[in-house]
Every structure is written in C-alpha cells, then in structure tokens.
Design a binder for this molecule. Structure first.
Ligand SMILES: [Zn+2]
Length: 72
C-alpha cells in the first residue's frame, strides 16, 4: 500500500520547518538542512534541563506537612 507512495514521491517533510525536501538532497537527514538539525537538537537539550527542576519541588511540599502534623 505505502510502497507505491514512496516511489511516486521521494520528498518528506522536515520535522523542524515542515519544508518538503528530497532525502538525496539533504546533508543532515531527516532534516532539510544542517540548520534545522541544530534547531531540533537545541529543543531537546532545553527540555532535558527543564524536567529535573519540576521533580525537585515535590518532596519539599510533603516534608512540610509531616513536620506540621507532628507538632500538635
Ligand atoms: Zn527544515
């Protein structure tokens, strides 16, 4: 089914900019250019740093409740 599609259209959409290009023409697959590859890499690094911060805040809230209840 899909094999017929790949033959007639070699172009694929770039994950970063959405521009359609041929795999043969790009120097940084599956992106249309090296610039788009760097942009996508930057996004991943940004998310990686943001995650640990959120988890760090949860334990502190629980610790507060435990100390407060034990006092009375
Ligand atoms: Zn692109």
């Amino acid at each position: 089914m899909s094999s017929r599609d790949q033959r007639s259209d070699d172009k694929i959409p770039c994950p970063t900019c959405g521009n359609r290009f041929r795999m043969d023409e790009t120097q940084a697959p599956p992106f249309c250019s090296q610039r788009c590859q760097l942009i996508d890499l930057g996004r991943w690094l940004d998310e990686d740093i943001g995650l640990p911060h959120c988890e760090d805040e949860s334990p502190k809230t629980i610790d507060r409740n435990l100390v407060d209840g034990d006092g009375s």
